[in-house]
Design a protein around this ligand. Structure first.
Ligand SMILES: NC(=O)c1ccc[n+]([C@@H]2O[C@H](COP(=O)([O-])OP(=O)(O)OC[C@H]3O[C@@H](n4cnc5c(N)ncnc54)[C@H](OP(=O)(O)O)[C@@H]3O)[C@@H](O)[C@H]2O)c1
Length: 262
């Protein structure tokens, strides 16, 4: 992909699953990748796996996205190691999934910090330098819940929609500065999180984990789950110079799951 080699990228929530898949693809395209998440041990393992597979050095900075002070510390670590940032790929942790009245005010505060405040802090920190350089890419990783809400997903649906809308506003404000803002709404991707969901469903429905996987798979026109790297390929395209005219979009990548045509 053109325009990726040597560029500095941050990928958050990247010690496993989708974030790790994105980091791996960006590293294999020659980016200098910084990954972050809460658990330093998992993060180091993820960096080692990516380095082994791609032969590229990957930097790590532990950061809990629910804690603004962690987010600021991570940003200053990245800047002191690599200078300015070219691509900011914001992936998030898993929000609480529960009936509305079982979600406490503390749950909302923590989720607002993770989805909205961390996005605002990171974007505000990185935008001025990008605007000076006249280039940069933001990619926000959201969920199919921005397209099709689900019962018990009040946090995911509402706060990810806020991130998509913020991305749209920023895409207009910075369109003439060579900076693009896009978001991705992924469907079911084979990750440790999906494995947990299948295990939980299996227990609830008294069926095997494979049967629980199958029940989800049957609802997907492609009849398979996505791979984390497939999100990475889309992110690398959105970060490349080939995608300079794609701005302010929200792209579904879900094997045809969401049926709404627009
Ligand atoms: N997989 C799917 O089918 C699917 C579909 C739609 C949306 N999503 C969403 O996509 C995102 C990634 O999911 P995934 O499937 O890749 O899950 P995953 O494999 O469980 O990975 C989640 C990642 O988030 C990190 N994380 C969790 N809480 C964090 C926090 N507070 N601050 C920083 N990092 C945090 C975890 O690392 P640490 O434990 O080290 O912090 C881990 O690296 C989630 O928001 C998920 O809800 C997933």
């Amino acid at each position: 992909m053109r325009g990726l080699a040597g560029k500095v990228a941050i990928v958050t929530a990247a010690s496993s699953g989708i974030g790790k898949g994105i980091a791996k693809v960006l590293a294999s395209e020659g980016c200098v990748v910084h990954i972050s998440s809460r658990d330093e041990v998992k993060l180091r393992k993820s960096a080692e796996e990516i380095m082994k597979e791609t032969g590229k050095e990957v930097h790590l900075s532990p950061c809990d996205l629910t804690k603004p002070s962690d987010v600021r510390k991570m940003l200053s670590e990245v800047k002191s190691k690599s200078g300015s940032v070219d691509f900011l790929v914001i992936n998030f942790g898993d929000p609480k999934v529960a009936p509305f009245m079982d979600i406490t005010e503390e749950d909302w505060d923590s989720a607002i910090n993770m989805f909205l405040k961390s996005t605002v802090i990171m974007t505000r920190s990185i935008l001025p330098e990008m605007a000076k350089k006249g280039e940069g890419r933001f990619v926000f990783i959201t969920s199919l819940t921005t397209k099709q809400v689900l019962e018990n997903f009040a946090i995911s649906a509402s706060l990810r929609a806020a991130v998509v809308s913020l991305s749209k506003v920023l895409s207009i404000e910075y369109a003439q500065k060579g900076i693009t803002f896009n978001s991705i709404s992924q469907g079911y991707i084979q990750t440790p999180r999906l494995e947990n969901i299948a295990k939980r469903n299996a227990e609830k429905m008294n069926i095997s984990v494979e049967q629980a996987y199958d029940a989800i798979r049957q609802g997907i026109p492609a009849k398979r789950f996505g791979k984390p790297e497939e999100i990475g390929y889309l992110v690398s395209f959105l970060c490349s110079s080939d995608s300079a005219y794609i701005n302010g979009t929200n792209i579904q990548i879900d094997g045809g799951l969401v049926k709404f045509p627009f």
